[in-house]
Design a protein around this ligand. Structure first.
Ligand code: SF4
Ligand code: SF4
Length: 479
């Protein structure tokens, strides 16, 4: 049984530094061997990942990117899973230097009432989303676990037309085994907690409040597993410390979870520091440039081939599409990062009010500035000519294919035979219920092409049948 309080000894800074030093010495030939090994889809060691992160020869870099694209297409095809974040409370007792919700930012705080949550969820459902990432600041008094589980119930119970939310991933502060059990009982999909930085000194410099306890934060996933949650999502906030150190540390954490619990992280996210109310990027010396960011994504794609990788709307549209090709399997779209902002958007759209986000500390002050302001439909419209197929699939979670069961299937690639037909079924729902006429038109040849990737033939035929049933009005069909 897990101790509530543990030291995060599995993150060993000396081992990370040694891996980085060893990886730096890899010859081009040795790097090419690492690339070849990655194509066997068995993952890489810390040192091998480090070798990829040091690559600066453009030709070799190109080879890493080509391998990342190949692995991505082999495992995920051209599918992209969509979700929307929902910020329910900006009360926070912490003072993280990089976040607009920090306690030092003196503006009126709020948490959404259940009625307000219903309103927000309907806006999200009316965009076409089926997955929500629920987000909240840390405040045991104003935002206790009972509020979070009630919010989850409200989200699952809210329908708008054919729209329902079928999966809620939850991103809340590190907590106790008991509270993780409550999250599990409330139907959490993936429990997501970003480490922010694995570097202890930096961690203590940028945090103040309960979150400043590195060991409590870093061992949160152990307690989540002890509470029965078997899908966890990790991430580093790139820009707080050296990106090579953070990336090797992230893999170290992922390998530890895999070895200890038989299941690695379900997802890895790639948040990059963004401007936010009450902070300036000038105070952060480790900002990651676009090229290095691409290297991080591609190198991790080679290192953890079966882990879903997530990119948020922090990134700008053009760059986002470039990074998606290197290994991203999920993206957020149409995101609002302020509390109550989706409903506020509705009001602004009807009143014609101008966008004044981040100019003052209002209750709906966003946690950070969004870089991609396109609607879900606009993003889909832009991705279709690149051959991508949007997916709103949540089939595994609802069929009990989670945790160890899921990883066993994922690692043999069998699960991905089901992803393609499920993507088509859920995209067809989107096309029937939410798509603009232009997107609908653009989707016709894309759907036909994507259907040919469904194998074997009898599965393709059954997929065709179900697509017709959806066009005739049925919903929520999946394999
Ligand atoms: Fe609070 Fe999280 Fe923001 Fe820190 S990052 S101030 S814990 S909401
Ligand atoms: Fe994800 Fe499972 Fe759906 Fe594939 S079939 S997209 S793994 S939920």
């Amino acid at each position: 049984m897990i101790e509530e309080r543990q030291e995060a000894t599995f993150i060993d800074e000396q081992v990370i530094i040694e891996a980085l030093e060893a990886g730096k010495k890899y010859s081009p030939l040795a790097v090419r061997e690492v690339i070849s090994k990655s194509l066997e889809l068995n993952g890489l060691s810390l040192e091998e990942l480090a070798a990829l992160l040091w690559v600066d020869d453009p030709e070799l870099e190109h080879e890493v990117y080509t391998a990342a694209r190949k692995i991505k297409e082999q495992i995920y095809g051209k599918r992209i899973v969509f979700f929307a974040p929902l910020y329910v409370s900006n009360h926070c007792v912490n003072n993280c230097k990089y976040c607009a919700y920090k306690i030092d930012n003196d503006y009126p705080r709020r948490r959404l009432s259940m009625d307000e949550i219903r309103r927000e969820v309907k806006v999200i459902e009316n965009m076409g989303h089926k997955r929500i990432a629920l987000e909240a600041g840390e405040d045991p008094v104003n935002c206790p676990i009972e509020y979070i589980t009630a919010a989850m119930k409200q989200i699952y119970d809210t329908a708008s037309g054919n729209g329902t939310i079928r999966r809620i991933n939850v991103n809340i502060a590190a907590t106790t085994v008991e509270e993780y059990k409550m999250l599990k009982d409330a139907g959490v999909g993936t429990y997501v907690l970003f480490q922010e930085t694995y570097h202890r000194d930096t961690y203590s410099k940028v945090h103040c409040g309960p979150k400043a306890d590195y060991d409590w934060h870093t061992t949160a996933m152990d307690r989540a597993f002890a509470g029965g949650i078997d899908d966890v999502g990790m991430g580093v906030l790139y820009g707080l410390y050296d990106w090579r150190f953070e990336t090797v540390a992230l893999l170290m954490h992922a390998q530890y979870l895999d070895k200890t619990y038989g299941v690695g992280p379900h997802t890895i996210s790639f948040p990059r520091l963004r401007p936010a109310y009450g902070m300036s990027l000038d105070n952060f010396p480790y900002i990651v440039n676009d090229n290095d960011f691409k290297r991080i994504v591609a190198s991790l794609r080679l290192s953890v081939p079966y882990t879903g990788m997530i990119l948020s709307t922090r990134e700008e549209p053009f760059f986002r599409e470039e990074v998606v090709a290197l290994g991203i399997s999920q993206i957020s779209a149409g995101s609002m990062t302020g509390v109550g902002e989706y409903s506020g958007l509705d009001e602004k759209a009807t009143s014609g009010a101008v966008d004044d986000r981040n100019t003052c500390g209002r209750p709906d002050t966003p946690q950070f500035d969004v870089g991609d302001h396109r609607s879900l439909d606009e993003i889909i419209y832009d991705l279709l000519p690149e051959g991508y197929i949007p997916s709103f699939c949540t089939a595994c979670y609802r069929s009990g294919r989670t945790g160890e069961n899921f990883m066993a299937l994922a690692k043999t690639a069998h699960i991905h035979e089901m992803c393609q037909p499920n993507a088509l079924l859920t995209f067809q729902e989107y096309l029937c219920d939410y798509a603009s006429p232009a997107t609908r038109q653009r989707a016709v040849p894309a759907m036909e092409r994507a259907l040919m990737d469904v194998v074997p033939e009898n599965l393709r035929q059954e997929c065709r049948n179900r697509l017709e049933r959806i066009k005739a009005g049925e919903r929520d069909l999946y394999f």
